[in-house]
Design a protein around this ligand. Structure first.
Ligand SMILES: Cc1ncc(COP(=O)(O)O)c(C=O)c1O
Length: 445
């Protein structure tokens, strides 16, 4: 029998998931197209591997088990699964055609809507993935400044210029890697120490989970202005979530270029590059950035409906208050249970759990918590990506599920034996190292 939402479930039966995973073995390298969805991020043998249906904030796996989802497609589903206004717009467009041999009027219409929402959007271009637009932004910055180096902070996609700074950088030529350096968020000295005359751009997520301190964003803006450096905000997560105008509007700092994807089309694949005309107009001639599916009408129809909902329904306020309630409720619970090695952090629209036990591996604690939440019908991978479809009863239920699960964590940690409770393989880190990537100067070996 498939699990429904209940605190008294057995662990879900996931036979169909496991059969599919077996078929993928050796056929799909790493099994997945999106690392955060793949089996390395979920306790192997316990958690479902394939989802087949979603409605609102709930999803069903290949075996029919139901969960409240906190991944939301790794970000895109800001309104929720099968959100009627967006789905109707997509269906209507589907009757007319998906993509055409000339441009579609929606390209103009949605560009105008984005210009009205996003502070720096004097010009707008579309593409498909987040990495498309972060890479286009970097290329534009180099073309505009005539300089080469990139300073970055956080994750920006799979392309050479970024992935060179991580531990999964095989295949990237060294002379490309030698042009990208990292700095630490909220550490202005780490950024200043990496500056030289050849820096073309600074790219960062304006915020992840921790608030900018000491005027961090404004100071970076000043540094860029002073040194002819292009400031790029990677708004993949903040865009259409923290505020309808994104982080630029929320923090009152404009970037020269900004990159969006995920939430803009509630699940349809679309990314957006916005920026100052003086820089963006290089795309007219000198800088090449074109792709077959860039202006597909289905995604643009979805974006039009999504942005309209975000503007008219108070979506970003809802994400903020609902997410905050979950965060505060969870932190209160952790205090009541005397658990000081777990904390829920972040802005309402997206919170995360941090683990800091002095003697126990964080990934083990995370794995056991994930396993116990799965048993109770919560699909969770460390984050709460709140959508407009997460209801008060979802939040109340989730807090109850956390209470039951955290009691088990507390017991296992007390016995210093998490393996005893873990029924499958623990989750793995995405990168072998998760901080202090190659800050400048790189050690020459
Ligand atoms: C902050 C940030 N930038 C860029 C990307 C890359 O986007 P994509 O995977 O669509 O290429 C991601 C993906 O998760 C992201 O979180």
């Amino acid at each position: 029998m498939a699990n429904k939402l209940s605190l008294n479930n057995d662990y879900p039966v996931i036979d169909e998931s496991l059969k599919l995973l077996n078929r993928a073995e050796g056929l799909i390298p790493s099994y997945t197209q999106t690392l955060a969805k793949g089996p390395s991020q979920y306790v192997r043998g316990v958690c479902p591997v394939y989802l087949v249906k979603g409605k609102g904030s709930h999803v069903w796996d290949a075996d029919g088990n139901e969960y409240i989802d906190y991944g939301m497609g790794i970000g895109p589903l800001v309104l929720g699964y099968c959100f009627s206004e967006v789905d109707e717009a997509v269906r209507k467009q589907l009757d007319e055609g998906i993509t055409f041999s000339l441009m579609h009027p929606l390209e103009v219409e949605v560009s105008g809507m984005i210009r009205d929402n996003i502070p720096n959007a004097e010009c707008v271009r579309f593409s498909k993935t987040g990495a498309d637009v972060t890479s286009a932004a970097v290329r534009l910055a180099r073309a505009y400044t005539g300089k080469n180096k990139i300073l970055c902070c956080g994750y920006h996609g799979w392309h050479d210029w970024y992935i060179s700074v991580t531990t999964r950088n095989k295949g990237v030529p060294l002379n490309v890697a030698d042009l990208t350096y990292t700095f630490q968020y909220n550490d202005i000295d780490s950024l200043k120490n990496s500056l030289d005359d050849d820096v073309a751009c600074i790219i960062l997520e304006p915020v992840t989970f921790y608030e900018p301190e000491y005027n961090f964003l404004h100071t970076i803006r000043e540094i860029c202005d002073k040194n002819n450096i292009v400031l790029i905000f990677d708004e993949m997560w903040t865009g259409f979530r923290i505020n309808p105008g994104g982080a630029q509007k929320y923090f009152g700092v404009n970037a020269d270029l900004a990159c969006f994807s995920k939430a803009v089309a509630n699940g349809m694949p679309l990314s957006v590059l916005t920026g100052r005309k003086e820089i963006m107009q290089l795309l007219d001639e000198d800088v090449f950035f074109y792709t077959t599916f860039g202006g597909d009408a289905l995604s643009l129809a979805a974006a039009k409906a999504t942005i309209k909902c975000i503007n008219e329904k108070g979506v970003t306020d809802y994400l903020s208050t609902t997410g905050f309630e979950l965060k505060e409720g969870l932190n209160e619970l952790l205090r009541e249970l005397d658990i000081d090695y777990i904390r829920c952090e972040g802005y309402g629209f997206r919170t995360t759990l941090s683990f800091s036990h002095p003697n126990i591996d964080s990934l083990l604690i995370k794995s056991l918590l994930q396993q116990e939440l799965i048993k109770r019908g919560i699909l969770w991978n460390g984050f709460h990506n709140i959508s407009y479809s997460h209801t008060q009863s979802d939040i109340d239920y989730t807090l109850e599920a956390y209470e039951h699960s955290l009691k088990i964590i507390n017991k296992a940690v007390g016995e210093a034996d998490l393996q005893k409770y873990l029924r499958g393989e623990p989750v793995k880190p995405v990168f072998r190292k998760s901080s202090d990537f190659n800050t400048k100067p790189r050690k020459v070996v």
